[in-house]
Design a protein. Structure first.
Length: 276
């Protein structure tokens, strides 16, 4: 169900995550370190750190705005500027040595959380891999938060099972600068199965994978020979804190006459003894 919901959320919220076409080449920004080489003109070969203004300063040309340009676009711009006054058929090569201006943030149940440079077109799976992958206590949800405008952000929930285990490529969305990828830690919560089962006590289960009634009894070793399957009691508290009790004939569930019951955190399953 979570996986289906995540696919639906992606389809419904797709517009929220497509503000602008995803580019296939990295666009230069402040603090990036770029290397410029002009064939045959040694004094123009240099490394320049892009200023906060988005500009660099070059001999002969002075300040030039480079922010927002791809590597090839900057090569074309410098070729044109040098060709206007200074050189005949200049051959310019630009390389980006350090990417500092475009970052994404990975938080939560990830082996190496922190800020990561966004190099060109990177996907969610690529970023998770770069950060070392998920930790064992990762939940089944990935929350991607994206800034839509100065005053608005949107979040998208993606199923770990659908994305990683089932390989649903439609969920492997391209990331954009300043995206926040959060993998919440999956809490371990108790379910209590007591009475006539082989291993009564507390079951420690993941909150994202709470068992059904039959699954919990099976995890507790199954019914003992003296168990009254027709008189199982389920105790739980409602949202107001009031305790409610359900009497359940487990034989009806086993035979398919009734649907298995999804348990909740802190539920208590009591299996009474049958009297002959």
């Amino acid at each position: 169900m979570i996986g289906c919901l995540s696919v639906l959320l992606l389809i419904v919220s797709g517009r929220l995550f497509t503000q602008g076409k995803v580019v296939s080449d990295y666009r230069i920004g402040p603090k990036d370190l770029i290397e410029i080489n002009v064939f045959g003109v040694q004094e123009l070969n240099r490394k320049e750190r892009v200023a906060e203004s988005g500009k660099i300063n070059l001999p002969f040309l002075g300040e030039i705005v480079v922010e927002g340009l791809t590597r090839s676009e900057l090569e074309e711009k410098l070729t044109a500027l040098l060709g206007e006054k200074w050189l005949e058929n200049p051959q310019v090569t630009v390389n980006i040595l350090e990417y500092q201006s475009k970052r994404v943030f990975l938080l939560g149940a990830i082996r190496n959380p922190g800020a990561y440079n966004l190099l060109g077109r990177q996907t969610l799976l690529h970023a998770i891999a770069e950060a070392g992958g998920l930790t064992p206590d990762a939940g089944n949800e990935i929350i991607v938060t994206r800034k839509i405008s100065e005053a608005e952000t949107k979040s998208l929930i993606i199923s770990v099972e659908e994305l990683i285990l089932k390989g649903n490529d439609s969920l492997n969305l391209p990331l954009q600068p300043e995206d926040i990828v959060n993998i919440p830690v999956d809490r371990i919560v108790p379910i209590y199965v007591i009475g006539q089962v082989r291993n009564p006590g507390a079951l420690q289960v993941r909150k994202s994978a709470l068992p059904t009634l039959l699954q919990a009894i099976a995890q507790a070793g199954g019914f003992s020979d003296r168990a009254s399957k027709g008189s199982v009691v389920l105790k739980r508290k409602d949202k107001t804190g009031k305790e409610i009790q359900l009497k359940i004939d487990v034989d009806d569930i086993i035979k398919g006459k009734k649907k298995d019951i999804q348990l909740q955190e802190n539920d208590i399953v009591i299996v009474p003894e049958k009297f002959l």
